[in-house]
Design a protein around this ligand. Sequence first.
Ligand SMILES: *[C@@H]1O[C@H](CO)[C@@H](O)[C@H](O)[C@H]1NC(C)=O
Ligand SMILES: *[C@@H]1O[C@H](CO)[C@@H](O)[C@H](O)[C@H]1NC(C)=O
Ligand SMILES: *[C@@H]1O[C@H](CO)[C@@H](O)[C@H](O)[C@H]1NC(C)=O
Length: 973
Amino acid sequence: MVSLVVVAVFLLCGTLFQPPQTAAFKPLFQDGSITHREITQMAILRKTAEVCRDIATAQGRDFTLPINNRLTTSAVHEACTTSSTSSSALATLSFYSAITETYLSNAVVDQVFALSEAHHIDNEAFSEGRDLITRGVAAVKASVQQKSYISARISLGALCHTLQDFYSHSNWVELGSTAPFSTLIKPDLPLNNIAGPSTPTCKSCTWPNCGDNILPEILLQKKLTSGYFSIFSSTKPAGKCSHGGFFDRTSSREPTGGINKDDISSDHGFLHKRAAEMAINATMEVLQDIRLATGNQAFLRLMGLSQTSVLAFVIDTTGSMSDDIEEAKRVSFSIIDSRRGTSEEPSEYILVPFNDPDFGPLTRTEDADLFKRRINSLSASGGGDLPEMCLSGLLLALAGAPQSSDIFVFTDAAAKDLELKSTVQVMIERTKSTVTFLLTSPFSFRRRRDVSQSQGFTSRSIPLSDIQLYRDLAHVSGGQAIEVTKATLSLATAVITDASTSALVTLFQVVRNPGIAENFTFVLDPSLSNVTVYVTGDSPVFTLYSPTGESQSGSVADGPLGSILTVGNLKRVKLNSTSQTGELKISINSTSSYSLKITGQSSVNFLFNFVERLEGGDFTPKANRPFTGRNATLFVSVTGGDSVTVTDVLLVEASGSNVVNGTIKALGATDFLVNIDRIPEWPFVVQLKGLLNDSTTRSLPSRFQRQSPTQQQGSRFTITAQPNSTIEPGTPFVLNFTLLTNATGGSYTIRARTDRSFSVSFPSSLNAGTEGSAQGTITLTAPSNTESGTDVTLTIEAEDPESSDSNYVALRFTVMTKVTDFSSPVCQVVSIKADCPVECSRASWELSTNLTDGNGTGIVGVSLSRGNGSLSLSNMMSADGTNVTVAFYNASCCSQEVELVAVDRVGNVGTCFTSIKSPSTTVSPSGSTTVSLNGSTTVSLKGSTTVSLNGSYSVSFSMCVALFGLLLSFLYG
Ligand SMILES: *[C@@H]1O[C@H](CO)[C@@H](O)[C@H](O)[C@H]1NC(C)=O
Ligand SMILES: *[C@@H]1O[C@H](CO)[C@@H](O)[C@H](O)[C@H]1NC(C)=O
Ligand SMILES: *[C@@H]1O[C@H](CO)[C@@H](O)[C@H](O)[C@H]1NC(C)=O
């Protein structure tokens, strides 16, 4: 009866409250048990460490970090970056964010697909679950190919959820398995030995013990089953196992009890740890497949590891902009050329041109020379009399850039596409990216009218109300609206050089509008370098006071505290390194509006995400504005050290001095849950204060503070939508969303759009009836020629026209043509010549193999994942008309093993391992294969064969056709 009432409550409140967390390893936090978060994080840390180790080994460097389940994010980050010149040891945030993005996407599955059997491999839905996993893997690979790493992480997190749940919900562990079930990531292998639909699998538990409820014959015959689960009905096929637990009504029916290993108190909780460890190994296996398909460098990018800073420009290309474009070129070329090959080199470049009516395309590249060519080919032409598509261009850049990027917009005109303002603001909130505007119209108006009229342009100037738009967007993002003349723009672009360093952190930021005399203090900690203070506004008067009491007025260009650059409405103070620890004070006096921003370089930073409590205690990510006036929870991670104490997490009013204090609960050393009693009415930034415990110097802990540059805000209603990570080009995709409010009635304006101008249809308004909820439907269509792996961001906004309160959901989709090629490339050895003397360095050996992709999409890449010899490739057509890639490998006899990796167009991976070690070892294969020897003889080998000739060398060649797992060995005498 109790559970009936509970279920009824969920049904009634189903639209307002989260469904119970029921059907999985716990998503994020659960004392004493291993959650999806920890499984995903550990697998990523271990696999990433392996990749870094292999790269280090190949380059002859040491890698001493032991790879085990005790790895920490900061230790892996340090080991991966310290000896590599091209990644910055300071730039910690992107690695933490990538891991967080992945496990939050994993956790979302429990919320939005709570009752889907396939997503959790309940109800013996092995085949459907595997489809989700393998389609997810294909989407990850396609996204990585398009450098859409955020989308790739979303797909990766979601597929990992299903993959990991298999180990908790099936009897794989109970069957005594010692390795992951690889068939789950290999779509063309048969799913053998699944218990038939009418095969009984369980008997009732003998309470209080529920350990041995799986039928002995199931265990004996190694039949695979998973538990049935329903919160609605107790019906299940006769004799089947249940999931078990409080919410599972099927487990109260014969056979009673369940088999899940979700946490330590589950019916099979005694196997929880083993299932979780197996899930870590299975997650590593799928990461290895992705790594082989994408290559080591792209894999590390996917993990956010080789990301330093992003250089992102959105540039107006109208006729009057030629000076500005020249300056954008100059400053970017100077950054690229002066930092090439150093750890300060930007890791990614983004360029979006716009004018009227065009904007885009988005260039997103890791290749500095490609970026240079693109920016070189920009030319100022046309336009001149009309406002431009500035916000459309900015929207593309926001959706295309990594999280927390610094984006610079160059324009001298008002924005025409004002209707995008709220969407741009939503994307700023979502991506936590900072936007700085370099506006060259306001003061150059007169000069430019003369110049431009003589060139046939009509005069342009940005009216104050439009400058205010740019100021507003700069403000919400934590950037600046810098107003300068064309002649002085080259001084102002120093802010771009400042921001394009790795590990940029914000210490403090305020905006005062109208201006007011005020003193601000902030703490400079020893981890900081290159601290810079920016003051923008109509000539505000200010004085800086160092921790030791020295002072410098804002009108003194060079003083004891630093050097001050004044250009347009910007003052930028570069602090001397001597004034860089302790409490700094800045005293500002101005009657007009001003902004103050202080940045520095440091590995110590933080990331935060709102999470919502589920029934049962755990949390799910909340991907939009929290409820105003209600309590909320922030999940905070501090980067850059294994030992920090967080003393304060504050919501600070963005344009005032109100503060809401959070209650902090530590989860391990660097993660924290912060409870906020009441989300304020006003927009806010998140400020974090704490102590850095420096174990190396044994000095006293030092105070530090950081602040989120981007603003967040609450809303009195929310929107939820079921995300779907992939859509097919040319096929309309229908998406339902729900608007929920705690008020009754009311009409809400709806807006939906994509960053790529895909066709979207949606209701223009929704009425929240007396229940305070309304459903809407959106149809989204990607053009049929959209390339697989393209990502598109859909924002759905709802606004209450009376209060102008609004909320949103922002969903990322990967456009994917249905993958039909599930077969991996295969290899066939043609010859091995290994006449190796005992003194191995005196001779070399050779291998020649043919690689083919059968009826598949064709081999697009062949590389070495083991062996340091030389590989050469050529293509030929075989007698039966198939394309053959001939790989010729030559290595020193001291390097006795080689593994070739062949990848086809959709990312299926085939590997091919050959060893000339003696005595040879081979793994036992199943099935048989043929090998053609010297191009003529064909031998057929079955099972594991090791041939040894003349007692000298046995050459074992294993042909790891990934799909068939075949191995064979043969000898070349
Ligand atoms: C996971 O893999 C490691 C390393 O291969 C192995 O030692 C461990 O036993 C595996 N764990 C399980 C539960 O299979
Ligand atoms: C700011 O600090 C200065 C110097 O310590 C002091 O003279 C001034 O009164 C303060 N101003 C405000 C508004 O608190
Ligand atoms: C930042 O600080 C470091 C160390 O103090 C210094 O070597 C480097 O040149 C500075 N970078 C910039 C861009 O000023």
